[in-house]
Design a protein around this ligand. Structure first.
Ligand code: C2E
Ligand code: MG
Ligand code: MG
Ligand code: MG
Length: 278
């Protein structure tokens, strides 16, 4: 009997795996087409100063409207872009699109020169031999203000080859690109990277912010991260701020800015411009 159940379990496991693989392949095909047929769009989420509530910048977030299935979450399709290598082309598109937006806002007089637009950079895109060149070309192809682009990277970018990462970051810094460490606190050895990497901003992951009002441990963690970031001379941003009570605590701890539904989710470009004209 045990044997039989064992066999069932294996079969179940196999079909489950096969299902996953075929779903992944289907999505991969759809994603190929998505790039060709311009189904991607960038949405923008404002970054807000905790004290003044002024807009200090934005994060560009990729959106995919599937022709049949509608909006699909990046959480579901970014991993497929990553494993298939498609992220390299899509990432290049994001970079160009973000530069286009910066040029537009600059030309409309909407962009203050102390603001930054952040784009998310995947490890594979970052490690590409031509990455620095790609960025240089994207920046010089447009009339955009100096020092207006920020790149959000995760530990995944750093983990493989620290020396090479530092050298790439240094070259990009020379072009006026700044760096934010995304999802801070969720990985393994984030703290040691803070010492060696030219990162100017620390982004506290949403999972720590979510329960700060109720959870004493999360409160301690967030306060500690903010304090550490400040003492290291970094800019600290909190992700996923949804209510005033969370914001009150973040302010109390000295957090500089935040993103979250309290102010706005990521919105299409035209709607985002409303935040810049206020
Ligand atoms: P992330 O970079 O950590 O982005 C923050 C995520 O939190 C975004 O999810 C954003 O919409 C969401 N968020 C912001 N404020 C709130 C809030 O108050 N409440 C809640 N519940 N959520 C909030 P999104 O847009 O679904 O993106 C998920 C992840 O996908 C991103 O996490 C990022 O890792 C990745 N991603 C998105 N766009 C790109 C891209 O262009 N390139 C790459 N490589 N990755 C991207
Ligand atoms: Mg991000
Ligand atoms: Mg993040
Ligand atoms: Mg996050």
């Amino acid at each position: 009997q045990v044997k039989e159940r064992g066999r069932d379990a294996i079969e179940f496991f196999n079909t489950d795996m096969a299902d996953k693989v075929s779903q992944q392949l289907l999505m991969e095909g759809d994603l190929h087409r998505a790039l060709e047929e311009q189904q991607f769009e960038l949405y923008y989420q404002p970054k807000i100063d905790c004290l003044t509530k002024a807009v200090v910048g934005a994060e560009a977030l990729l959106r995919w409207q599937h022709p049949v299935k509608g909006f699909i979450s990046p959480v579901d399709f970014i991993p497929v872009l990553e494993t298939s290598g498609l992220i390299v082309d899509v990432g290049a598109w994001v970079l160009i699109e973000a530069c286009k937006a910066l040029e537009l806002w600059q030309s409309k007089g909407l962009w203050r020169n102390d603001m930054r637009l952040s784009i998310n950079i995947s490890p594979r895109q970052f490690r590409r031999k031509t990455f620095v060149q790609d960025v240089s070309e994207a920046l010089s192809a447009r009339h955009i203000p100096d020092n207006s682009l920020d790149m959000e990277i995760t530990e995944g970018v750093v983990i493989q080859n620290v020396d090479e990462t530092i050298s790439t970051m240094a070259q990009l810094s020379d072009m006026g690109v700044s760096f934010s460490l995304d999802d801070f606190g969720t990985g393994y050895s984030s703290i040691s990277y803070l010492k060696s990497l030219p990162v100017s901003t620390l982004k506290i992951d949403r999972s720590f912010v979510r329960d700060i009002v109720e959870d004493q441990n999360d409160r301690v963690l967030v306060e500690t991260i903010v304090t550490m970031g400040c003492l290291l001379g970094m800019n600290v941003v909190a992700e996923g701020v949804e209510d005033e009570e969370q914001l009150r605590l973040l302010k109390k701890y000295g957090c500089h800015s935040y993103q979250g539904y309290l102010t706005s989710p990521a919105v299409p470009i035209a709607q985002f411009e409303g935040f810049l004209t206020r």
